[in-house]
Design a protein around this ligand. Structure first.
Ligand SMILES: [Zn+2]
Length: 212
């Protein structure tokens, strides 16, 4: 069932690790499908995955297939429930996002591209134990009107309308986190005004972004 989409999910997970966003199987990736979503299995190396290893779940957390879903399935399910426009969800532990997240820092509008996540900042979700309902609630709160958030003492989560776009968004947010981290080592970041960010957001909405 949905073999092509399963293969696309595996290919994007492999690409996610090749891009340097994630190490080993600590991240996870999902894609919306009929009746629910497909998600990478818990603790398996992406390179060795076959389409049968991908787990189908509904948004209430019922799963089918021989493998256990990623331990972070809860916030994937919640994102599909709360954001009807979401088609794919990516979670990873990229170095720069995780560094800021370990300091509990959100990314402010130090650069206009911060608007790519949907607003004038990229919030850092409060810490809660991995896989917990509380973590899922914290992530949903940080994603209000946003497509990406950091997660305190943990990493990054984002969603987009499809797999290629969610990977591109994650790479862009990690780049912003890297630059912001460097800015902080040199001085205090100069933050763009809400008025300017509103202008950028409006421009992003009217240009649309090309599929990659
Ligand atoms: Zn994680």
């Amino acid at each position: 069932m949905m073999k092509m989409l399963r293969q696309q999910l595996i290919d994007t997970a492999i690409e996610m690790n090749a891009s340097g966003l994630n190490q080993g199987s600590s991240g996870n990736l999902s894609v919306r499908c009929e009746g629910g979503f497909l998600i990478t299995p818990s603790g398996m190396d992406y390179a060795g995955l076959s389409t049968d290893d991908i787990v189908w779940m509904d948004t209430d957390g019922k799963s089918s297939g021989p493998r256990k879903p990623s331990s972070e399935w809860r916030f994937h399910a919640s994102i599909y429930q709360h954001h009807p426009e979401s088609g794919a969800v990516l979670h990873a532990h990229p170095v720069s996002c995780s560094t800021l997240a370990c300091l509990g820092k959100s990314i402010p509008a130090f650069h206009y591209m911060v608007a790519i996540a949907g607003g004038r900042n990229i919030r850092c979700a409060d810490y809660a134990t991995f896989g917990s309902r509380e973590l899922s609630e914290n992530v949903i709160r940080a994603l209000r009107d946003r497509k990406a958030c950091l997660m305190a003492h943990h990493g990054l989560t984002c969603y987009e309308k499809n797999l290629s776009r969610v990977l591109a968004l994650a790479i862009e947010v990690e780049h912003l986190a890297t630059v912001y981290g460097r800015v902080l080592t040199i001085g205090e970041a100069d933050i763009l005004s809400d008025e300017e960010m509103a202008r950028v957001l409006k421009k992003f909405a009217s240009y649309g972004l090309q599929d990659v």
